[in-house]
Design a protein around this ligand. Structure first.
Ligand code: LLP
Length: 432
């Protein structure tokens, strides 16, 4: 069990976050409730931004991967911190547009962008498209031509890196639905074709090797492969690619055993690799981009629930039922993801009860965590699941027609609602 640095236990024995009593938050806003500490988000943004400034003299940019949590308030925060935004769909792009996010700081990703989405990107002048394949390149070119524009693009390639992470969230290997492999020459061949498309300015390359990675080596190995490939391409086609995007994937601590390397260390180490390969291959240092998602928002969030029944099945296990689960956090069901859990209303009590935290859906797999040690709860207690800032709300669903929770951001000791709790009518609004 670990508490984040902004968490304490107050004199009532309640968990506090950013100075606020979580039991009070649950009372005021209802449960389930997503709670975000804005200071942690901003601190993470600054860590990354400073690392780019220090290691690359500012010749680079950090793009927040908005799939981790894409809501207007996050777009506003990212905008004000001077970071870029990685979007993967018309919906994410629309969210950014709705708050006036500067379009030149947007990177439009995804292995399937519809024609309408590409058009939306072209019309709104997004800064960069990341091309996944030839079909898409041709589509982007046709649409750009229709509007008399040339769009800046990077090509997603797979460097063949094994990032030792959960296979469901590994996206950099050769057997991948994303991008085109360097190995075997497919990426080189594709680049030759894209260079003939007049309305695309192919500025560089992109890769992303996976998520929740704790080691430095996969990142350094990848940077080496990518830069060598860039040098090969420059030579082969007599061009000069100027941009390199190394993706996201930096791990966070969900449980005590996780030991992420500080992000600035990742950045320092990758910068060393970039410099040494550039020297070896006589390359100008490209404009370096990164796309952290989880490590910007993950640890800033927690989810509060109310306990219902407690079922002690003798010699089997104890189920603690909560008023949320898979609809607001499908990550245990999907990946067996680990989380620290505590009874926020009994945070000063010994965690001597072994419990399986069960969600409310009609689905046996709707669990938040199995056999964790918590203080013995009673109905009505508040349970906190920590580090839920990334890929929780963004992956939430209405399974069993359960409305999505509300979300609050805490700043300067004040909690403000940034997402209303969904109503039943919200869920019905598209039903005819
Ligand atoms: N860039 C690209 C192209 C990506 O595909 C991703 C994540 C990121 C950046 C951000 O990666 P991060 O820094 O957040 O690790 N739903 C899964 C995670 C899927 C990640 C997909 N791509 C989960 O809940 O763990």
């Amino acid at each position: 069990m670990h508490l984040e640095s902004d968490m304490r236990v107050n004199s009532k024995g309640h968990l506090t976050v950013a100075g606020l009593d979580t039991v009070e938050l649950a009372k005021t806003f209802g449960t389930p409730l997503y709670v975000m500490d804005e200071a942690v988000v901003r601190e993470n943004c600054r860590l990354y931004k400073n690392a780019v400034d220090q290691n690359y003299n500012g010749h680079g940019m950090v793009f927040y991967a908005s799939k981790a949590l894409c809501i207007k308030e996050m777009c506003r925060i990212i905008e004000s911190e001077g970071l870029g935004l990685d979007v993967v769909s018309g919906g994410e792009l629309y969210t950014a547009i709705s708050i006036g996010f500067p379009m030149d700081r947007i990177m439009f990703h995804g292995n399937f962008k519809t024609e309408a989405e590409i058009e939306m990107g072209v019309v709104n002048d997004v800064g960069r498209f990341v091309i996944d394949n030839l079909y898409e390149a041709e589509l982007i070119n046709t649409i750009a031509k229709k509007y008399g524009k040339t769009v800046k693009a990077l090509l997603r390639v797979s460097p063949g890196t094994d990032a030792h992470t959960h296979e469901f969230i590994m996206t950099g290997q050769i057997d991948s639905k994303f991008g085109t492999p360097i190995e075997g020459g497919a990426a080189e061949e594709l680049i030759g074709k894209i260079l003939e498309l007049k309305n695309i300015n192919l500025a560089g390359l992109h890769c992303h090797i996976g998520s929740q990675i704790f080691e430095l080596e996969p990142f350094n190995y990848t940077a080496r492969v990518m830069l060598n490939f860039m040098a090969d391409i420059d030579e082969k086609f007599s061009i000069k690619m100027t941009e390199l995007d190394l993706g996201g994937g930096f791990g966070i601590r969900y449980i005590e055993d996780h030991d992420p390397i500080p992000y600035e260390k990742y950045m320092e180490s990758i910068a060393d690799t970039v410099d040494s390969v550039c020297k070896e291959r006589n390359l100008d240092r490209p404009y370096i981009m990164m796309e952290p998602g989880r490590s910007i928002v993950g640890s800033a969030g927690l989810t509060l629930y109310t306990v219902g029944s407690i079922k002690e099945i003798k010699d089997v296990r104890n189920y603690v039922a909560i008023d949320g689960g898979l609809p607001d956090n499908p990550r245990y069901a999907l990946y067996g993801a680990q989380y620290d859990v505590l009874v926020a209303s009994k945070a000063n009590k010994r965690p001597d009860f072994t419990a399986t935290i069960a969600g409310r859906c009609c689905e046996s797999g709707d669990l938040i965590q199995e056999n964790v040690s918590i203080a013995k709860p009673e109905p009505g207690d508040t349970v906190a699941v920590l580090d839920t800032g990334a890929y929780n709300y963004s992956m939430a669903s209405n399974y069993n027609r359960v409305p999505r929770p509300a979300m609050v951001f805490i700043r300067n000791g004040q909690a403000r609602l940034v997402l209303n709790r969904e109503s039943y009518d919200d869920m019905l609004k598209n039903d005819l």
